[in-house]
Write a protein of this length. Structure first.
Length: 526
């Protein structure tokens, strides 16, 4: 991806001010909340605004800007389904999974597996979580961020990755989840505001919404498509995306850790709703700039040039530096979250459990900080290894998630919905699922020929096929083996729903309004 950003002195000043500001904020939070328990769960003191904004910022990477704008330039709004389809799974997370998580006072997802299944499942998931954090949250994000800084500053790729890893690691080591959430919230507001300015300035150049609609092919506004040549057929989204959605939003440690740090269940649920509501903003700040670029610059050599072309052409000096700072913010907000969740799982589920069960909180916190630094180094190495992957930036992130999601989605979803699911079935589903997903993922990313790969083997469909096969495996093994002991059973869904409906009427009303709005969006654009 050959992009050049010409920065003036004021742009460099803006970037420097941002870096200094975000580090100062992170360290200020670290010293203000200097208690050891804050490193992992922020003392379970988080409010819904910080939870929601931090989840959104964690989910936002450089590909959310550069790659989504490129995808919109090439295919229109169809890939915005990755944002607009998240709300049902955020609803599932908030109103079904979170009550189970918070009622058991767990600190990590592996601990939940111990409560629901057994220690073998907990052990497996501990390492699975660490691997997924290194690959999905850290490696891919640093890879994308390294490309960004390389194009902006002209530095060697490894230097760019090292700088981003160092900045993301610094205040995460000092302040843990509290520092991560506060800085994420600030960066979320900055990202939305700066990107909205770019969208409205470009829209003014086009001549308004009516001119934009007239000058763009009609199918660019269709978010469900099919037919020959369609890269994202509608059935791939309907079948495959739920697998990604369940794992990513309901069971992944990096996302769920914010909910686990909530003051109470209502704060966690409202935080989930806030993320769902902000997904209405995503198309405007991520996808629309790419479509605007198609009107203003229809002959770009590469679609991935769209976002930076808009930045360098239509923003004044100083604002360009702000957008570069926003892109750096997208990297840091994801990296610091991944590092914090990884260190939490290693410290609580591996070190304390197997090496020093009697370790003091101070010692566990020290181990967490050492783990954070170590993970930062390993993830930088992984980012450099990803340069050999045969996928564009957008598909790289989504396909990696597609191959990580099926085993976890099957084990968690069936475990919460079906009391008969047992530990032996969960363990073998995880083992077989990891082996299959890894093999297929390596073939997809490093071996396949993108030009001849059959459409029915789209990575979303592969995720669906894997999920179905693993779900069948889990059900069959559960039925052929002894049922779980009574103490492993979770509260029934009937009890969960009755409790939530009685105690969360406002939350349900908000979700109903959001569902109506999202349905209207799909009726208009479907």
């Amino acid at each position: 991806m050959d992009i050049t950003v010409n920065l003036e002195k004021i742009d460099y000043a803006v970037i420097a001010i941002y870096i200094a500001g975000i580090l100062s904020l992170g360290f200020w939070v670290s010293f203000r909340k200097g208690h050891t328990t804050d490193l992992f769960l922020a003392g379970r003191s988080l409010g819904w605004v910080n939870i929601g904004l931090s989840m959104w910022a964690t989910n936002t990477t450089p590909s959310s800007f550069i790659a989504t704008a490129g995808a919109a330039y090439a295919t229109g709004l169809i890939t915005s389904n990755f944002a607009l389809l998240t709300w049902p799974f955020l609803l599932l997370m908030s109103m079904v999974f979170v009550p189970h998580y918070l009622s058991t006072r767990i600190s990590t997802m592996p601990e939940f597996m111990s409560r629901r299944y057994d220690e073998s499942c907990r052990n497996f998931l501990s390492w699975y979580t660490i691997i997924s954090a290194l690959v999905v949250w850290l490696g891919v994000t640093l890879y994308a961020g390294g490309i960004l800084l390389q194009q902006v500053f002209g530095w060697p790729f490894w230097v760019c990755v090292a700088v981003l890893a160092a900045v993301g690691t610094s205040f995460t080591v000092a302040g843990g989840l509290a520092a991560v959430v506060i800085t994420d919230s600030f960066q979320c507001i900055l990202m939305v505001a700066a990107s909205a300015v770019l969208t409205f300035m470009a829209l003014d150049k086009v001549g308004g919404i009516s001119n934009l609609i007239e000058k763009v092919p009609a199918d660019y506004w269709d978010i469900f498509q099919s037919g020959e040549g369609c890269e994202y057929p509608w059935y791939a989204f309907l079948l495959g995306y739920p697998v990604l959605g369940v794992w990513f939003w309901s069971t992944d440690q990096t996302i769920i850790q914010r909910a686990l740090g909530a003051r109470d269940i209502r704060q966690a649920q409202l935080g989930g709703f806030l993320v769902g509501a902000t997904k209405l903003v995503d198309p405007m700040v991520f996808w629309i700039p790419g479509i605007l670029c198609l009107v203003l610059h229809p002959n770009l050599a590469e679609p991935d040039h769209a976002y930076v072309t808009m930045v360098t052409t239509y923003l004044p000096t100083g604002m360009v530096g702000l957008i570069v700072a926003v892109l750096i913010a997208a990297v840091i907000s994801t990296v610091d979250s991944g590092l914090n969740s990884l260190s939490t799982v290693f410290s609580l589920d591996i070190y304390r459990k197997y090496f020093r069960p009697e370790a003091s909180q101070r010692l566990v916190t020290a181990v967490g900080r050492i783990t954070t630094v170590t993970a930062g180094v390993i993830s930088a190495v992984l980012a450099m290894a990803m340069t050999a992957a045969r996928a564009n930036l957008f598909d790289l992130l989504q396909s990696v998630i597609s191959f990580m999601a099926p085993p976890m989605a099957a084990v968690f979803l069936i475990g919460v919905l079906w009391k008969r699911a047992n530990a032996k079935a969960a363990f073998w589903t995880l083992v077989v699922g990891l082996a299959l997903s890894t093999c297929i993922g390596v073939i997809y990313l490093y071996v396949r020929d993108p030009d001849t790969w059959p459409a029915y083997l789209h990575y979303l469909l592969l995720a669906f096929y894997l999920f179905v096969g693993l779900s069948v495996l889990m059900v069959v093994v559960s039925l052929l083996t002894a049922p779980p002991p009574p103490e492993k059973a979770l509260p029934s869904l009937r009890l969960t729903y009755r409790t939530q409906i009685r105690g969360a009427k406002l939350t349900w009303i908000l979700w109903a309004v959001l569902a109506a709005v999202m349905t209207a969006v799909y009726i208009v654009l479907g």
